[in-house]
Every structure is written in structure tokens, then in C-alpha cells.
Write a protein that binds this ligand. Structure first.
Ligand code: C2E
Ligand code: MG
Ligand code: MG
Ligand code: MG
Length: 279
């Protein structure tokens, strides 16, 4: 009896797997078209200081699929990483972000803004990555010091020495680094002292229950202290309420990002849609 049930479950499992393989194949083919056409969109989410003024923006990729509607990066980034398409997609994101920076450099009230770009480990480990960033910077005329590359701890698991060399080379160009989703990965803290990191991003999972969970509060306090002692900036992600923002401010956090300030949105040229965005 148990065996038969197991068999049924297995068949069901096979069927589900089959569907997802087909589904993935479709999405992957669609992704090629998305990159060639104009289905990929850049949304921007402000990063604000203690007075609520936007000091930087994070670029968040969106895929506006003609049939499926908005496909989340949580779905298509992993697919793009497995197939290697992330290299072309990530290059396009970087190029667009740098063009935006170069435009803002001409505008007195925007010239100090930074743009943070998420970089996939697959993209980061590509042999030509440093050269491609150098070329994009040269082509766009963007100030490298206003470009922040967001990497995650997973980058340091596979080949930490290579990751470090690449970071040092980019750092020499003037590019900055933020460590995204800090505290959620599996790597040791030792890398913090060896890498040219400028900013720690407190993961939203710690911010969410800050006021209810003394463990989360302790972790956040520790991250803020750690960043401070290491001479790094710290930014809290996923800030949704005034209460969270007040707590964070009282505990020494000076930068914030989250729905409380603005949801990620496209930049509408001329009339900017983002609240608090300097016009
Ligand atoms: P991430 O870099 O950690 O980005 C933060 C995520 O939190 C974004 O999700 C953002 O929309 C969401 N978020 C911002 N504020 C709040 C808030 O107050 N509450 C909640 N609940 N969520 C908030 P999104 O845009 O769906 O992106 C998910 C992930 O996809 C990103 O996480 C990043 O890892 C990846 N991603 C996005 N764009 C790119 C890209 O251009 N390249 C690469 N390689 N990855 C990207
Ligand atoms: Mg990020
Ligand atoms: Mg994050
Ligand atoms: Mg994330």
C-alpha cells in the first residue's frame, strides 16, 4: 500500500518536474527576445539619509512579459544565471545605470547621487568582467565613485581569492562595493577585513521583525556596530514603518531603503515619479 502511494507521488512529482522543465524552456527562449526587444525595464528605489533626502538609488530589474505580465527577478535571474544569459543582461543593466549617472552629473541637484547595481556571481566571475566595467565607464563618462556594485556573500564561497582580485581591480577604478543581504549567507566574517567593501546592507529579514524579536534587534545592532568599527557605511533594507526607521535611527543607522520611502519605480524623464527625488 505504502509502495503504491509512493509510486503515485513519484508519478505526480515527475509530471510536475516535466511541466517546470517545459515552462523553463519557454521562459528561457522568451528571455532572449526580452533582451533583444525592450521587455526588460529598470526600476529604481531611493536610498535616503536620516532626513529623508534621496542620496542614492538601487536599480532593480523588471521583465515585462507580453503574456505573463511582470515576471519577478526572483524567477528569471536564477534562470538567466544557469544559462549564462545573465552576462548580457547584467551588462545592459550596468551600461544603462552608467548612462543615467552621466546624465545626472550634468544636473546640479543630482550630481551627487549614487547608483547601486546588483551583480550576479556568474557575471562577476566572467573573465572579462573588469574590462567590461572599465569600457562601460569610459563609454558613458560616468564617475566610477558614484557606481556601487552590490554583491552577496555567495560570491566568496566558490573562489574567494579570485573574487578578491576582481574586487581590488574594480576598486582601483574607483568603483564602490556594497554587501547585499548581509548576514543571510554562509560565509565567515573573515572576508570583511580582506575585501574592499564600502557598505553593509542589513537584510530585510532582520529589519522586518526588529520591534518584536529581540534576536533580530541584537543582530541589527551588531551589524551597525560592526560596520562602524570597520569604517563601512551601513544601510537598512526593507524599511516599511516609521517605528522601524526610528529604532534604526536611534541605533545609529544613517541610511534607509524600503517601501516606507518609496517602492521601486521607473524613472519618468522630466517629471520624476519617485517621492523625495531631487528635481
Ligand atoms: P535585493 O538586491 O536584495 O533587492 C531588494 C529587494 O527587496 C527588491 O526585490 C525590492 O523590490 C524589495 N524591497 C524593497 N523595499 C522593500 C520593502 O520595504 N519591503 C519588502 N518586502 N521588500 C522590499 P526585487 O526587486 O523583487 O528583487 C529581488 C532580487 O533580485 C534582488 O534582491 C536582487 O538580488 C535581484 N535583482 C534585481 N535586479 C537585479 C539585477 O539587475 N541583476 C541581478 N543580478 N540581480 C537583480
Ligand atoms: Mg540589492
Ligand atoms: Mg538585499
Ligand atoms: Mg536579495
Amino acid at each position: 500500500e505504502a509502495k503504491r502511494e509512493g509510486g503515485a507521488a513519484l508519478r505526480f512529482f515527475d509530471h510536475a518536474m516535466q511541466a517546470s522543465v517545459t515552462e523553463r524552456a519557454h521562459l528561457e527562449a522568451d528571455l532572449d527576445r526580452a533582451l533583444e526587444g525592450s521587455e526588460l525595464r529598470l526600476f529604481y528605489q531611493p536610498q535616503v539619509d536620516t532626513t529623508g533626502v534621496t542620496v542614492g538609488l538601487e536599480v532593480l530589474l523588471r521583465w515585462e512579459h507580453p503574456v505573463r505580465g511582470m515576471v519577478s527577478p526572483g524567477v528569471f535571474i536564477p534562470l538567466a544565471e544557469e544559462s549564462g544569459r545573465i552576462v548580457a543582461i547584467g551588462g545592459w543593466v550596468l551600461e544603462s545605470a552608467c548612462q543615467q549617472l552621466a546624465q545626472w552629473a550634468e544636473q546640479p541637484r543630482r550630481r551627487d547621487l549614487t547608483i547601486s547595481v546588483n551583480v550576479s556571481p556568474v557575471q562577476f566571475r566572467q573573465a572579462g568582467f573588469v574590462d567590461s566595467v572599465r569600457e562601460i565607464l569610459a563609454r558613458s563618462g560616468a564617475d566610477p565613485r558614484h557606481l556601487v556594485l552590490e554583491v552577496t556573500e555567495s560570491l566568496f564561497l566558490q573562489d574567494p581569492e579570485q573574487a578578491r582580485d576582481t574586487m581590488l581591480a574594480l576598486s582601483a577604478l574607483g568603483v564602490r562595493f556594497a554587501l547585499d543581504d548581509f548576514g543571510t549567507g554562509y560565509s565567515s566574517l573573515g572576508y570583511l577585513k580582506r575585501l574592499p567593501l564600502d557598505e553593509l546592507k542589513i537584510d530585510q529579514s532582520f529589519v522586518r521583525d526588529l520591534l518584536e524579536s529581540s534576536a533580530d534587534a541584537a543582530i541589527v545592532e551588531t551589524i551597525i556596530a560592526l560596520a562602524d568599527r570597520l569604517g563601512m557605511r551601513v544601510i537598512a533594507e526593507g524599511v516599511e514603518t516609521e517605528e522601524q526607521a526610528n529604532w534604526l535611527r536611534e541605533h545609529g543607522c544613517r541610511r534607509f531603503q524600503g517601501y516606507l520611502y518609496a517602492r521601486p519605480a521607473p524613472l519618468v524623464s522630466g517629471k520624476e515619479a519617485l517621492p523625495g527625488f531631487p528635481s
